[in-house]
Design a protein around this ligand. Structure first.
Ligand code: FAQ
Length: 326
């Protein structure tokens, strides 16, 4: 029986709880409650799927970027997202998940990915706004995950966050260029993209705390360090001054500084829209999943060739060493 399947005993449970209480990390070799393993696989897999599906909206603009420089930047960013997906699938594997099984669940619609990637990218300004708002929200949500109690997830998040903050700055720089040095039409494109992405970005943080079934347990296990509403508020507070500096209006007439709370108040999020998008009925859900399924099918020969090569290599590696006199 390996450590991960070992039956619970009071000693193992106490050791797990003590590790959490002391803010130390749970590692793959450690005993952990089945619920802890399950919720981590759920969250990490959803996160990995989001990074991979998240390549599509911006990938849409690689062939139509307005200059070689912008194209190179965008290519690099989309490649970074692929890398994030791979770190996260590896982290899920340390919990006993099987990557092929996770991919199957994604393309069969049995596992979620972030609602945000079900919206279309209608102009090149969307590339800038995704960097500014979507990566901005991702950073707000993910920096605290660098202190998540599960070691491989927390360590993966450190590198991911460094790259996400670079992405956020490239998006903001692109928008600044369009606003300060662009034409009137380009400024209108930035405002239009901001109008379309603002509310979906707020939804990225998940349902409100009173309607978030997983938060209490995930906070107790220190998988999550803040609630969905706390992080959403932090994002709003951080973003309003950035919008002012950029010269765009955030599409919320109720957005106002509240000196008593020391935070910005903001309007009600359309939670019906959120539920529709999460349950598969957003503007681009069908297209995103179909594209992922197509890419998976098209890649079958690569996986087959890699598996055949690995099998051949392991059969003959002894002979190779022999023939090279090693
Ligand atoms: N979309 O009880 P809670 C990125 C689900 S990466 C879809 O509050 P939890 C990088 C939730 O899974 C973006 N589903 O759940 C990038 C749960 O479903 P389940 C992804 C959502 O886990 C940038 C149910 O609702 N980031 O952007 C959403 O405690 C640019 C109830 O919710 C992460 O995954 C949603 N927005 O809190 C890439 C970060 N929100 O499984 C390309 C890690 C909630 O019970 C371009 N994840 N749900 O059926 C987390 O921090 C958490 O999982 C939350 C949700 C905060 C997302």
């Amino acid at each position: 029986m390996t450590a991960d399947t070992e039956a619970a005993t009071p000693e193992l449970e106490e050791h797990f709880q003590r590790t959490i209480d002391r803010d130390q990390r749970i590692e793959p070799r450690d005993w952990m409650p089945e619920g802890y393993r399950k919720t981590l696989i759920r969250q990490v897999a959803q996160h990995a799927h989001s990074e991979i599906i998240g390549m599509q909206p911006e990938g849409n603009w690689i062939t139509r970027a307005p200059s070689l420089r912008r194209k190179a930047i965008l290519l690099a960013k989309v490649q970074d997202e692929a890398g994030h997906g791979l770190y996260l699938y590896s982290a899920a594997e340390t919990l006993g998940a099987d990557r092929a099984d996770l991919t199957r669940k994604l393309i069969e619609g049995r596992q979620k990915y972030s609602s945000i990637f079900n919206y279309p990218t209608l102009s090149f300004a969307d590339v800038g706004v995704i960097g500014w708002l979507v990566d901005g929200a991702a950073i707000c949500n993910q920096v605290p995950l660098c202190r998540s109690s599960y070691g491989p997830y927390a360590r993966g998040m450190v590198r991911i966050c460094k790259e996400e903050s670079f992405h956020q700055r490239q998006g903001y720089e692109l928008l600044m260029t369009m606003m300060r040095r662009g034409t009137e039409a380009q400024r209108r494109m930035v405002q239009d993209a901001t109008d379309r992405w603002w509310w979906p970005s707020l939804m990225m943080f998940g349902p409100p705390d009173h309607d978030s079934p997983n938060t209490a347990q995930s906070m107790a296990w220190k998988v999550k360090r803040h609630t969905n509403d706390e992080l959403r508020q932090r994002f709003v507070d951080m973003t309003v001054p950035q919008a002012e500096a950029l010269g765009v209006t955030l599409p919320d007439p109720e957005l106002a500084w509240n000196p008593e709370r020391g935070h910005y108040d903001f309007g009600e999020i359309d939670w019906d829209e959120f539920k529709r998008v999460v349950s598969g009925d957003g503007p681009c859900n069908a297209q995103r999943v179909a594209q992922r399924r197509r890419a998976h099918d098209d890649g079958a020969w690569v996986r087959g060739a890699a598996t055949a090569y690995a099998a051949k290599h392991s059969d003959t590696s002894h002979d190779h060493r022999g023939s090279q006199g090693l």
